[in-house]
Design a protein around this ligand. Sequence first.
Ligand SMILES: [Zn+2]
Length: 218
Amino acid sequence: MRARLDLGLALALTFAAMLSACSSGVDKPYFRTDGVAIPVSNCAIDPRSFGRAESVPDFTEASGCGGRNVYRIYDISGITFSQPALVRCEVADTLAEWIANTVQPRAKAIFGQNIVSFKIAASYSCRPRNNVRGAKLSEHGMANAIDIAAFTLSDGREINVLDDWYSGPSENRAFLRAIRSEACGPFHTVLGPGSDAEHKDHLHLDLQKERSGGPYCH
Ligand SMILES: [Zn+2]
């Protein structure tokens, strides 16, 4: 009898939760595009000169997402991507710069070896910021952002943002903190563990237009 009452209560609560979820989404567009303009890309360097990449024709989706001077990137400067990343060329250029100036020097100094692959969690994705319905269009919807979840060393060891940021070996924590902090500047927005619940398992790097207050690295 008790079990039956509990089941009834659980069903009632589930139904109430479904109703409130539905009502909060009514009339809200998936994302806002006011003030949003797909960035024009004038690349200093063609991404094909530092890795395996394919040029993608400019595109615009009916929803407002799109990209200009976008490339499908397979690897950059000897670092293989776990899945091809669709980013505009300036994001690829900035990744190449970050890899050369920060990622590899830090990996060499801390581990005595190079990074050979990035685990790519996301690149181009037509969605609102933080996947919150009604929020502004994400930089991912303009091919202007990349999410990296893990880094693999040449000996096969993986440095994983979710597992290592707080509780990994000290050198893994030092490496992740160094590359995150030095991404700030070359990239205009840098987010990760501690920023919010959405970013606990990856580093988000984007080239959102410079704000008056400079880069946003939280
Ligand atoms: Zn992201």
